[in-house]
Design a protein around this ligand. Structure first.
Ligand SMILES: [Zn+2]
Length: 127
């Protein structure tokens, strides 16, 4: 289920910084950090444009949890809609910190945020 010429299908996972992986998803550090200390994405392993809502919800849970660790240096991070992404035929989401000095800060502000994760709130049930 891989597509030729798709940058997400042709990721060389040995060269990437992988934060999480299961049967359906991979969470990794993005190649271009755009001036952020951390910028991560969750990628569906199969080349699909959309995924079932149940999987989507699980992906949000995963990226929130992993992001909580990766973005521990900052009080908040956002999970962004990928409508304006260069790759839009292979399902993925990007999560980033909110550094006003980053190169894509204006684009972040213009993008719909799927979720804002507040790292200062500790959910004790997940510890
Ligand atoms: Zn693909």
């Amino acid at each position: 289920m891989k597509a030729l010429n798709c940058p997400l299908c042709s990721l060389d996972l040995k060269k990437e910084k992988i934060y999480y992986e299961d049967r359906s998803f991979i969470v990794l550090k993005t190649k271009t950090l755009k001036g952020h200390k951390e910028r991560i994405m969750i990628v569906h392993k199969r080349h699909d444009h959309t995924i079932p809502y149940k999987n989507y919800e699980r992906a949000l849970d995963i990226v929130s949890k992993i992001g909580g660790k990766v973005f521990c240096y900052t009080p908040k991070f956002v999970i962004m809609d990928t409508t304006f992404a260069t790759i839009n035929d292979h399902w993925h989401l990007v999560a980033t910190d909110l550094d006003p000095k980053s190169e894509d800060f204006n684009q972040i502000l213009a993008t719909r945020w799927i979720k804002v994760v507040d790292n200062t709130v500790v959910d004790e049930s997940e510890v």
